[in-house]
Design a protein around this ligand. Structure first.
Ligand SMILES: NC(=O)c1ccc[n+]([C@@H]2O[C@H](COP(=O)([O-])OP(=O)(O)OC[C@H]3O[C@@H](n4cnc5c(N)ncnc54)[C@H](O)[C@@H]3O)[C@@H](O)[C@H]2O)c1
Ligand SMILES: [Fe+2]
Length: 383
């Protein structure tokens, strides 16, 4: 079977990259822009760095800022109505994964209105048309939603997060600018950074991994391992490296899928509104250990790029344990919660949550085949 690679069309990297947004909008002839973002990013003057550029250039734009973390079906439907009313010909998505993912769903439904119930987009939807063009400006260094073919929406009525996979949703231009990420508080920087590390590790060991995605994921693990602690401390150069590291991870996992960390994280966010990065980060060290015997030499590779001393001399067992220990220690260093009970997870909910995790679209990518008993036990070990 052929391996498929899909990436976004154009990306600008580096401090100050958002200066390219006005020339890109003009060059492509867009006339009416809807900015998709969240209210916090307006209030804390993050999204306004971009809207100020649009205003100064005389570009006609309107702002839809109703998106919440773990964005909902209602966010998407309201956004579709907003975009229709504005007669927009492109979207500028500014934010973490939540606004960028919502912009993808809005953009897809605008050009494929037969999916306007939103729920029918779950999994691989048979959309016929590319979404309304999206220019994406990430403000967290985690999800890489600006380069991936995925988006994740929450069905609040049924306590579910569902993943949609659709090459038609990829933003046409992305601006990976560390200035947009400097405002992240420490906790957000740490959890979104560990989300990116989870993408890189799950993408590296997932069943569909191959040479090209291995190349991307191992580099991402190296960059994130080196820069995350300083990025959390607010060092600009480290935030810049993280911006790149998370993007490289996205180039990979978008094309091969993830694994059980994401499968088990999605229901935690759906049930308790736990931020995605926090959910992934608290699960990663435990699930790495669960998977270790199903990873060949890959944990040695991970430990090597995390600069674990003496890695070449270790037995495969020792090397696997060393990789797990290195991620455990990185996670502790950046202040990730060690249990899920402290995130509000209730023991009596675990059997039902585990059912959702088993059904999640990310779970089959896990290198170790799993089952309901193992998933319940994994959750319980983190209580
Ligand atoms: N599309 C994908 O491939 C993909 C991959 C992983 C996760 N996701 C999804 O993305 C969502 C999570 O996105 P996220 O972790 O980036 O966070 P988010 O977009 O949910 O934002 C979380 C909070 O951080 C704030 N924030 C964002 N940037 C900030 C900044 N620079 N300064 C100050 N505050 C800032 C926001 O206002 C918000 O309150 C989840 O729904 C998750 O499932 C998508
Ligand atoms: Fe993620």
């Amino acid at each position: 079977m052929a391996n498929r690679m899909i990436l976004n069309e154009t990306s600008y990297f580096g401090k100050g990259a958002i200066a390219e947004i006005v020339p890109e909008i003009k060059r492509r002839g867009f006339k009416k822009v809807v900015v998709v973002t969240d209210a916090g990013l307006i209030k804390f003057e993050v999204a306004t760095k971009v809207t100020a550029l649009l205003a100064k250039a005389g570009i006609d734009f309107k702002v839809y800022d109703g998106i919440v973390p773990n964005p909902t079906i209602e966010n998407v439907k309201d956004g579709v109505a907003f975009v229709k009313e504005a007669e927009a010909d492109c979207l500028v998505a500014i934010g973490g994964g939540s606004p960028i993912d919502t912009a993808k769903a809005i953009g897809i439904i605008t050009t494929n209105p037969e999916f306007s119930d939103v729920l029918s987009l779950e999994g691989v939807a048979d959309t016929k048309n590319p979404c309304l063009p999206i220019l994406a400006v990430p403000t967290t260094s985690g999800t890489a939603a600006e380069v991936t073919i995925n988006y994740v929406i929450t069905d609040k009525a049924n306590n579910r997060k569902f993943v949609c996979v659709d090459p038609h949703d990829v933003p046409i231009v992305a601006f990976i600018d560390s200035d947009m990420m400097m405002g992240m508080p420490k906790g957000l920087c740490a959890s979104t950074g560990m989300d990116a590390m989870t993408h890189a590790i799950e993408g590296y060991i997932t069943k569909g991994a191959w040479e090209m995605t291995d190349m991307l994921h191992i580099k991402a693990i190296e960059i994130i391992g080196k820069s995350l602690p300083d990025s959390v401390k607010g060092v600009q150069t480290a935030r810049e490296e993280m911006a790149l590291g998370q993007y490289i991870a996205g180039m990979g996992f978008s094309n091969v899928g993830l694994g059980l960390v994401h499968g088990m994280a999605h229901p935690l966010s759906a049930w308790y509104n736990i931020p995605h990065g926090v959910a992934c980060a608290s699960l990663l060290p435990t699930i790495m250990k669960y998977n270790k015997d199903f990873t060949g030499e890959k944990y040695r590779d991970i430990a090597r790029v995390l600069h674990v001393a003496g890695i070449e001399e270790m037995s495969i067992e020792e090397a696997r344990d060393a990789a797990c220990a290195a991620i455990d220690s990185l996670s502790k260093e950046v202040g990730i919660p060690a249990t899920i009970s402290e995130l509000g997870v209730k023991a009596e909910d675990l059997p039902a949550i585990a059912e959702d995790a088993l059904r999640d679209v990310c779970t089959p990518g896990n290198p170790r085949d799993t089952n309901i008993e193992d998933i319940i036990a994994l959750y319980q070990s983190l209580m």
